[in-house]
Design a protein around this ligand. Structure first.
Ligand code: 5CA
Ligand code: ZN
Length: 422
């Protein structure tokens, strides 16, 4: 399906030798990221000569983009920008889970056509991403349009003997992947404790292992279904992402990303499915997860309804750059709670930085450029990067006029590295 329109990303640069001009471009360091698979921060550099390849799990479009979604997609946007600053091309793929239980349940509850619901919410998400200046994926792929890819991959898995039938539904046998468990690092008890809460069906009679996951669901009365070689039905969730990633990015992608609620079972299962279908190394080199944003003490979620929506704030006239700056104030890996004060503080900070960059002269920028790029390459440390720009703005507004054209350099830096247009 159609993605959204990407903003243009300038190359970060230094001040030129001619007073006030923008000089040569500056390279950021290679990017280091926390890999949930290993539990350590590692350099994630694309294989020589190739683009960095990133797959980030997209929305299930039955409600509007909330701050949790926005924080996760802005986090991976920082990674996209950090790789570019380090001189790499980036191939970015994202899905839309446009047929799944929660979407069908919502459509049923409100009497709306499920296709219309998915299209409307996907469009709202595109508009929100565009407003937040998130770079668009190169391939934006819906589950429905990916059905042929899913069928092909399930057929492939069948040939490996890792698929079995339970009353017309097809299951993946997790034991067929020797490295099952390597994404989350969880033991069986941890997995069992959470599987049912996150879409699994451990108690279904007929399964070989309670943790085995659904690949293909036979048609249910009143639900959409497609005629395929697997029978009439619809795709399971995890195979949607492994088949889309496999088709558009190939194997051993650099990063599989999403929120930390996807570590298990979603990323564990989709990695195992991909690894059994093509047993040539891991599905991804690094599994990167953003922390959960909460509201009123609980994870912000469509199912609970405790939401702060990007579109509502935009409609009320909030500057999307203030929303983005508020999100950047929290490290992507931490769990944090949204407070309206975040937005009030970010709005004031944005105004102060804008005041500073509008001045013809300002505090020296060279150290700020180097440090901000280094912060982002260091496991996407946006809070530190924002503090450095805040410091530069404070010194400039206090009257430091040492550098002609400093504002132009910071303007480019904030845009390139942080996606903030000043
Ligand atoms: N369609 C699936 C992924 S294939 C899905 O999880 N959709 S979602 O709409 O529920 O979530 C979209 C993305 O936002 C996922 O990466 C999810 O991990 C992330 N996310 C959801 N809630 C939060 C939250 N409260 N804080 C941070 N990220 C969140
Ligand atoms: Zn996914």
């Amino acid at each position: 399906m159609r993605a959204w329109t990407s903003p243009v990303v300038p190359a970060p640069s230094r001040r030129g030798s001619v007073g006030g001009s923008i000089g040569g471009t500056v390279r950021g360091p290679e990017v280091r990221l926390h890999n949930s698979g290993s539990g350590t921060v590692e350099e994630v550099t694309p294989v020589a000569g190739g683009a960095a390849r990133m797959y980030v799990c997209g929305i299930t479009p039955y409600d509007a983009t909330h701050m949790g979604h926005a924080a996760t997609y802005v986090a991976f946007d920082l990674l996209n920008r950090a790789w570019r600053s380090a001189g790499h091309d980036v191939r970015y793929v994202q899905n839309v889970t446009d047929v799944d239980d929660p979407l069908l349940e919502r459509a049923n509850a409100t009497g709306e056509d499920w296709v219309a619901l998915a299209e409307r919410e996907t469009q709202l998400f595109r508009d929100d991403m565009e407003a937040l200046r998130v770079l668009a994926p190169d391939n934006y792929v819906g589950a429905v349009e990916a059905i042929p890819l899913v069928v092909e991959m399930v057929e492939r898995l069948k040939q490996t003997g890792s698929v079995y039938d339970v009353d017309g539904d097809l299951y993946f046998s997790v034991h067929s992947d020797p490295s099952f468990g390597g994404v989350s690092g969880w033991d069986r008890d941890q997995m069992m404790a959470i599987f049912a809460d996150r879409g699994g069906d451990p108690d279904r009679p007929g399964k070989k292992d309670p943790l085995d996951c659904l690949l293909w669901q036979g048609e249910r009365p009143g639900e959409p279904a497609w005629d395929t070689s697997l029978g009439r039905g619809r795709p399971g969730w995890h195979i949607e992402c492994s088949s889309i990633a496999r088709e558009h990015l190939g194997r051993a992608i650099d990063v599989q990303g999403g929120g930390s609620d996807l570590v298990f079972p979603h990323h564990e299962m989709s990695a195992s499915e991909a690894q059994v279908a093509d047993p040539a190394g891991p599905f991804a080199r690094a599994y990167v997860h953003a922390g959960m944003v909460a509201l009123d003490g609980e994870k912000m979620s469509k199912s609970k309804g405790n939401l702060v929506l990007v579109s509502k704030l935009r409609l009320a006239g909030t500057d999307p750059m203030a929303i983005r700056l508020a999100l950047l104030g929290h490290h992507y890996r931490s769990d944090w709670e949204w407070f309206d004060s975040d937005l009030i503080e970010a709005t004031a900070l944005l105004a102060s930085i804008r005041e500073a960059v509008a001045r013809p002269t300002g505090a020296p920028t060279s150290g700020t450029v180097t440090d901000v790029l280094a912060d982002l390459a260091n496991d996407l440390d946006a809070p530190s990067a924002v503090r450095r720009i805040q410091q530069w703005a404070g010194t400039t507004n206090d009257g430091d006029t040492a550098e002609a054209g400093a504002g132009a350099v910071i303007r480019v830096l904030a845009d390139a590295a942080l996606g903030i247009r000043l």
